[in-house]
Ligand binder design. Structure first.
Ligand code: NAD
Length: 245
């Protein structure tokens, strides 16, 4: 049977689907991922993205961090694509119980998804490190250099998890619980190379693990159904039965 037909059949017969995704889910919304040919690793910077997005770099190079962050991660004009929309529809149908994402762009919620575990935080939440005052992403985008708190003048930091920082334990526990209870796990748009997040897929114990990614990953062998294709196209077909643009 055709792989997309197989995916559609499994979605139809499953009642507790969980989706685990990464930056590849949002490339069709115009946000670059890290490891594709046109991803951030293949663009020219003084430092690799993993270095810039580390706690150590943040503490010592605030100006450079915020420049990169505004240019490459603070994509406030991006809109949900077919993948986000199909997943929101699956949740509304009562079939999908949770989206677990490594993304920080908020596009799953923009598409209508309600239960979203954002393992790496969100660009849409920003807090003053001194007094805790929340600030909008639009404010972070609008200023030059490190954003000062509008209330106390302290430094405002996006609520995104930098390399060397720990993940929120409530978010991790919720994600692990959802994955361990799922009857179908769809993994998509992720190189599965960022830990500890990538390790959470090990909590799935069922026999309908679908891996949808444009390029091979180190974990392809664990998939019951492996699809090397566009995540938007695959999910749109699985939920709406069509693949045309
Ligand atoms: P990654 O860049 O390591 O891997 C992305 C994978 O998605 C690649 O293997 C690529 O082949 C695949 N891909 C790209 N476009 C695709 C498409 N349309 N359909 C199917 N597959 C596609 O991303 P990662 O594994 O998520 O790890 C990078 C880290 O940086 C994560 O924490 C990630 O969330 C974060 N990040 C987030 C954003 C965002 O919020 N949109 C953007 C860049 C990086």
């Amino acid at each position: 049977m055709d792989k997309l037909e197989q995916l559609k059949n499994w979605v139809e017969e499953s009642e507790n689907i969980v989706f685990f995704g990464g930056a590849g889910v949002s490339t069709e919304s115009g946000i670059p991922d890290f490891r594709s040919v046109d991803g951030l690793y293949n663009q020219k910077y003084k430092y690799p993205p993993e270095t810039i997005l580390s706690r150590t770099f943040y503490v010592h190079n605030l100006d450079e961090f915020y420049k990169f962050y505004r240019d490459k991660l603070l994509c406030l004009d991006a809109k949900p694509n077919k993948a986000h929309i199909a997943l929101a529809k699956l949740e509304e149908m009562g079939k999908l119980k949770a989206v677990v994402t490594q993304n920080i762009d908020g596009l799953h919620q923009a598409a209508g998804s309600k239960t979203v575990y954002e393992l790496h935080g969100s660009i849409l939440r920003n807090y003053c490190l001194r007094c805790g005052e929340p600030h909008t992403a639009e404010y972070i985008k609008s200023v030059d250099g490190p954003p000062p708190c509008l209330k106390c003048g302290g430094l405002v930091k996006p609520d995104v998890v930098l390399y060397e920082e720990g993940l929120n334990s409530d978010t991790v526990n919720g994600a692990i619980k959802a994955i361990s209870e799922a009857d179908m796990l769809i993994i998509g748009g992720t190189s599965l190379s960022v830990y500890p997040a990538a390790g959470y897929i090990e909590y799935y114990t069922g026999n309908k693990l679908v891996l949808i990614n444009k390029t091979p990953t180190d974990r392809d062998d664990m998939a019951d159904l492996l699809i090397h294709d566009s995540i938007g196209k695959a999910l749109d077909f699985a939920v709406n039965g069509k693949t045309e643009e």
